[in-house]
Design a protein around this ligand. Sequence first.
Ligand code: UDP
Length: 364
Amino acid sequence: MPLFTLVAGARPNFMKIAPLIHALQKKQAEGVAVKFRLVHTGQHYDKNMSGAFFEQLNIPAPDANLGGGGGTQAEQTAAILVAFEQELMAHRPDLVLVVGDVTSTLACSIAAKKLQIEVAHVEAGIRSGDLSMPEEINRMVTDSITDHFFTTSEIANTNLRAAGVPEEKIHFVGNTMIDTLLAQQPRFTKPQGAPFDQLIPKEYFVVTLHRPANVDNEDSLRELMAAILDGTVGLPLIFPVHPRTAKNLERLGIAAPNLHLISPLGYLEFNYLVQHAKGIITDSGGVTEEASVMNVPCLTLRDSTERAETIHLGTNVLVGTDPKNLKPYLDKILRGEWKQYQGIPLWDGKTATRIVDILLQHYS
Ligand code: UDP
């Protein structure tokens, strides 16, 4: 019976791993012989960056928690590498499945491959071309040692072909993050209390910022926040602050009556707010995908994206990191002039089933 080890470590991993677990559980319930272990690397460990998602997305408790959180990029990578190697030696699987582009994705694929265990990468092949992003390095290294490439777009397929990946290893399956979005949409929940009680649908913005280029330098963050406050003309701004951003924002002491700096929200609450927002201002990758599918205008405060389909077919626009660029786009949203979601191929809620079918065919 094949054993798959599934890895999740940080917030954007949990939405991607949940539908895969549910698809595997369904197969098991149908009598298919397959076992899996869920390993949490501990990269994110706060309740509101980790535990809350297990509860809301119905993810079973991990079989192992590696406690690899905190520290620099290198310290975190090293801690996860060492602990995951021990996990693999104690419970050697036929396959390690990693998702996305976080430190855990990189560290666990390296540990597996060095023990000659095959690696599947979900969300393979996407590239921003920006090596100043740690995530881009994680993507490139992981894809250089992956055996099964599960992709979200034709652009990712093209990138992998250009890197010499043989066609039979590339599986264009769609987006497991959108599986979760579509499955959970009926359960989205309006958060209670202030400031949420006062929100009028389509009359507020949601802001998320956590990329080093935007939040690590206090001057850039101050300018960015000033441009956001200026361009949104007093409409409420709901800003769930990522732990990475919190310290600098606090130090700047930015305050405005319409600016609501809050703790990270649960998945169901956050996406309720996105669904009903006038627009989203973000530097997240996953949020641009979710906003696109929900047909909500989305401004990305970055110079590049690894998710170009959200620009071509979705509601996302690359604003860049110069705060001066923001106002014309915000004006357009305020005038109600925005492109509509065109549909992105295979982002249909069935991606995890496709992946599990392919893996079972291979390993049974
Ligand atoms: N998210 C959430 N609560 C929040 C902010 C984001 O549940 O307060 C979710 C969001 O819906 C998406 C994921 O977190 O599914 C995106 O994570 P993040 O922006 O940290 O990572 P990225 O996608 O940029 O790698």
